[in-house]
Ligand binder design. Sequence first.
Ligand code: IMP
Length: 174
Amino acid sequence: MENRKVRELLSAERIGKRVAELGAEIARDFEGKEVVLVGVLKGSFLFMADLARAIPSEHVLIDFLGLASYGDETRSSGVVQITADLTKPVEGKHVVVVEDIVDTGLTMAYLLENLRTRHPASVKLCALLHKPSRAVRQIPIDYLGFTIEDHFVIGYGLDYAQRFRNLPFIGVLE
Ligand code: IMP
């Protein structure tokens, strides 16, 4: 682990440009409507901070929830637990889930189903990264940053054993 190098995959500049575009798209789609951005902790914390600032609207609410997905450090099992729930009900609200990466899709399949039982007006998914080659469940991603190959990526919120979340770019551990 200590000898592994980090190769940059997506620069901070590329991420910044794409996040600005996603923010503009969300702003257009929800013009005049209130929207609740629901960030999935911990991986989405930087993406959420940048995305929220890229939506020029006074009608944006921010909430977070925490999910723990059982599995080893690089693979999700699909058994998901809510470790911290939303602070407010989303009944009747337009919700956009803000997620770092959709890999197998198991975590988002669980969360989107869970949120729909709370009767929001709508639920959309905004994911920074998607690894389609690993999909077990097909999850429609309404707002997608980048499609990537089957690499384990770190940085910009994403971790390996809780490390590297603070990198300003997204890299591959080699
Ligand atoms: P899924 O349930 O397989 O789609 O996995 C979703 C979660 O696994 C993400 O929210 C991440 O926390 C984690 N994950 C999946 N792939 C990666 C990766 O390449 N780097 C870091 N975390 C990942």
